[in-house]
Design a protein around this ligand. Structure first.
Ligand SMILES: Nc1ncnc2c1ncn2[C@@H]1O[C@H](COP(=O)(O)OP(=O)(O)OP(=O)(O)O)[C@@H](O)[C@H]1O
Length: 351
């Protein structure tokens, strides 16, 4: 791919957070990926995978401890001011001022970007119209709904017409309706403005529905990447899933191994519950023998389902554990190792 078609080019990116009273945290461990210009690209990973750290480095808010990163061919470490002209960034927390109106917020964003006062008003008006906020343009933003506020955040990030837009968990905390509206905005932006959208998410369905390309990231490295369809097709065949009650893992494995055509068998437990996930060429043919084998082995189980592979299955296949499990254990580990851990939205730069 020619150099100039890459919106993002990251090679061997590393970031270690060091604090005086804590063990170093290796948030990124040699992350390498490229994003072609003009697509919607999703970084998908469980809590603590390194998504926000990557975004912060690419948006020049944090310096890497190793590797290189370029936006539109510009080095984020050596030429950060230039990079900032090319990017818009919507962080996890709201970035607009609740006491100012929508128009005032966008004008402020434009002025902070160094735009002339004569340009910012017309730009603010156009953006408010584009994002369906024209009717509420003169209301203080503190009175906006969560979804309206998030749309205004995106509008503010676009005030200087950047070529690459970063969205850090754009729909976290939104209700389903506002979430769907935000997905619509992101698709529209990509189609109408031809900008590159890089979003981080830990919602599998969000990555699946929105992204042209997905990179699964875990423990600070790239696990696998590609279009959602490519990734799902790469698994070959269907998924059989069985929910288990107080499972004896070895017994379940042995029973599954006796079913012809079942492969990639994973048995996970969480408390007294568990699940068996396996791949098969033809799920409809595999369900009955799976049930028979589990019954014969005396395994207690609940729902049995067969489906086309999902991104959840892709994650399980390549990362070796289910996404839900990874998310839960990352949160537990963070809470255990850091009594001050305040969750994903409140982390500040410590190094
Ligand atoms: N400022 C910081 N100081 C110390 N450790 C940090 C800091 N910011 C992030 N980390 C740690 O770095 C690792 C990666 O965190 P990061 O926020 O990049 O992950 P994430 O994939 O964005 O997760 P989340 O969805 O929870 O935001 C985690 O172990 C996290 O606890």
């Amino acid at each position: 791919m020619p150099e100039n078609t890459r919106a993002v080019d990251v090679v061997g990116l590393a970031k270690t957070y060091r604090g005086p009273h804590r063990a170093p945290v290796h948030a990124l461990r040699g992350l390498t990926f490229q994003v072609p210009a003009g697509i919607v690209f999703a970084m998908l990973g469980p809590n603590g995978a390194g998504k926000s750290t990557t975004t912060k480095i690419l948006t020049t808010l944090s310096r890497p401890t190793g590797g290189t990163a370029f936006i539109d061919g510009i080095d984020v470490v050596r030429r950060p001011a230039e990079v900032r002209q090319h990017i818009g960034y919507v962080s996890q927390g709201a970035s607009t001022d609740p006491l100012l109106t929508g128009t005032e917020n966008l004008m402020l964003a434009g002025r902070l970007r160094g735009m002339p006062a004569s340009d910012v008003r017309s730009r603010a008006t156009a953006l408010l119209t584009e994002f369906g906020l024209a009717d509420t343009a003169d209301r203080p933003v503190g009175k906006f709904s969560g979804g309206m506020r998030r749309r205004l955040d995106v509008a503010a990030a676009l005030v200087h017409a950047p070529r690459v837009l970063f969205l850090d968990e754009p729909t976290t905390g939104l209700d389903p309706e506002a979430r769907a509206a935000m997905w619509g905005e992101i698709r529209r932006l990509s189609a109408e403005r031809a900008i590159t959208v890089i979003l981080t998410t830990h919602y599998l369905d969000e990555a699946d529905r929105l992204a042209d390309d997905v990179m699964i990231i875990d423990h600070g490295t790239r696990v696998v990447g590609g279009s959602p369809d490519e990734l799902k097709a790469s698994l070959g065949g269907d998924t059989v899933r069985v929910s288990l009650v107080e499972p004896d893992v070895e017994r379940v494995r042995r029973a599954a191994a006796s079913v012809p055509g079942l492969r990639d068998v994973v048995v996970e437990t969480q408390g007294t519950a568990g699940q068996l996930v396996a791949r098969t060429g033809d799920a409809s043919a595999a369900v009955a023998p799976t049930i028979a084998a589990l019954e014969a082995a005396g395994v207690v189980f609940g729902a049995v389902s067969a489906s086309r592979p999902s991104l959840d299955d892709v994650y399980l296949h390549y990362a070796g554990r289910s996404f839900e499990r990874a998310d839960a254990s990352a949160s537990e580990a963070a809470a255990a190792s850091d009594p001050d851990h305040t969750g994903p939205t409140q982390k500040g730069e410590a190094a």
